[in-house]
Design a protein around this ligand. Structure first.
Ligand code: SF4
Ligand code: SF4
Length: 458
């Protein structure tokens, strides 16, 4: 897998003189959810006119509602080790930063997980820096097992997505055997020259090894992979097109592209200020990027972290984002320690609300917070998942599952008032379920959960 830089640059050059009529035509076509040509995505990236920007958001919003309804999947990151041999210019964990590094013991991981479970989380993103000596694959595998084996009352982690450094086919096989959900790896930047400057004198500086990681993951049997670039390192238009090329490569070679795309924007961190980065993405461009990715790959989930503030998260949920983290700590041991003292986080957060606050807020805006992990546990992964998603039958699963997991959250972590309000909310939301058997499944689950049953899904 190699991004053809000249080809991407020629697309960007060719898009510069796109007419208004052409953009209208592309937006019209986008509504069919059949994907777009590279040149059409490049053209959308040139939109600057306020009217057309508004239209772009409307088209993306319609696609978002058609495919994802009003559901929002919640997850939390868990940092298990901040040892890192790399020197990524933009990261607080770079090896040039001197601080007391640590990796959690299995007991400490258990404690972190109990706290996350007590918040209601069911889905984690496991994060670790790259350090073959201090954080070898065996340690990561043991951590995964520990997390799956930790229960706090009714709390349980049902899906662990893993974000660790690019590795070998054998190690991906081991991760698959450990029953991970999605393997997540951020490309950081697809621009090879910038990539090399951002990763000086370190293992991660091997651009080819990094960009072929998903090929090895697929060969190792992992069929859900999650990509992302760190917006702010290189020309964002170049990055969006490259993401699409990478996705297409995986579709052609392995039958399935990205399961998710994350859209982190560069944030200040320990030893990282933003003045030196010439490609910072402002809010307006960032919103357009999210909308264009939504249009270009309608069935790929989009993830936003607490790097973005409450208002931005709220807006992007309307026309792009389908998963958000909630109540996050971005430092090792961060859930046990407050974010002071020795705790060094990977980046600074902009949304520090608790999961309960996020949930209340989402419900007040008519979104359904979801802790669903059903697909992964019923074997709906990879190509199989994409086929269901593209047929839009996934609606019949996502909505009842989202409402059921919300009720499960309420009975396990809410007070009486919250349980009552949630029940009213669920009954109202269930009215729009068009299949009677699925509506019944959803409504029956309310009493089943109150009577002690758990883990109900389609
Ligand atoms: Fe290490 Fe990852 Fe940070 Fe780079 S981005 S310094 S690999 S933790
Ligand atoms: Fe995700 Fe599948 Fe659950 Fe829908 S049913 S929310 S796609 S895990």
């Amino acid at each position: 897998m190699k991004i053809d830089k000249q080809y991407v640059l020629s697309l960007l050059e060719g898009a510069k003189n796109t007419t208004r009529n052409e953009i209208d035509r592309i937006l019209e076509k986008a509504g069919d959810k059949k994907g777009l040509e590279h040149s059409e995505i490049a053209a959308l990236l040139e939109i600057s006119d306020p009217e057309q920007t508004k239209r772009l958001f409307e088209v993306a919003g319609k696609i978002k509602r058609d495919v994802y309804g009003n559901r929002v999947v919640l997850f939390a990151p868990l940092y298990i080790s901040d040892y890192c041999v790399n020197n990524c210019v933009y990261c607080g964990y770079k090896c040039a930063n001197r601080f007391n590094r640590r990796r959690l013991t299995m007991d400490e991981i258990r404690k972190e997980v109990e706290i996350l479970e007590a918040m209601g989380h069911k889905r984690l993103a496991l994060e670790a820096g790259e350090d073959p000596e201090n954080c070898p694959i065996e340690y990561v595998l043991e951590a995964i097992k520990t997390i799956y084996d930790t229960y706090e009352k009714n709390g349980v982690i049902r899906r662990i997505n893993v974000n660790i450094a690019a590795t070998t086919v054998e190690n991906y096989q081991k991760l698959k055997e450990a029953q991970i959900g999605t393997y997540i790896l951020f490309e950081e930047t697809y621009d090879e020259d910038v990539y090399k400057k951002m990763h000086p004198n370190c293992i991660k500086g091997d651009y080819d090894y990094h960009t072929t990681a998903f090929d090895r993951a697929m060969e190792g049997g992992i069929d859900d992979v999650g990509a992302g670039v760190l917006f702010g390192l290189a020309n964002p238009k170049f990055e969006v097109l490259s993401l699409m090329l990478h996705n297409q490569h995986l579709e052609e070679k392995y039958g399935v592209g990205f399961h998710t795309i994350s859209v982190p924007r560069l944030r200040p961190a320990e030893g990282v200020t933003l003045e030196k980065f010439p490609h910072l993405v402002d809010d307006d461009m960032f919103k357009k990027i999210v909308a264009i990715i939504r249009i270009a790959v309608p069935y790929t989930g989009m993830i936003l972290s607490t790097r973005e503030d409450e208002n931005m998260r709220k807006e992007l949920l309307e026309y792009g984002i389908s998963q958000v983290s909630a109540g996050s700590c971005t430092g090792v041991g961060g859930y046990q320690e407050s974010m002071n003292g020795e705790n060094v986080s990977q980046f600074k957060m902009a949304d520090e609300r608790t999961p309960q606050q996020v949930i209340e807020d989402l419900m007040s805006k008519d979104y359904i917070p979801s802790y669903c992990t059903a697909c992964y546990r019923t074997g709906r992964t990879g190509e199989k998942f994409m086929n269901i998603a593209k047929s839009e039958k996934i609606h019949h699963m996502c909505k009842p599952n989202a409402l059921t997991t919300l009720m499960e959250y309420a009975v396990d972590y809410g007070d009486e008032d919250f349980i009552k309000r949630t029940e009213v909310f669920i009954k109202k939301q269930a009215e729009s379920i068009d299949r009677d058997d699925i509506k019944k499944f959803t409504l029956d689950n309310i009493d089943k959960l109150k009577n002690g049953e758990r883990d109900l899904y389609i």
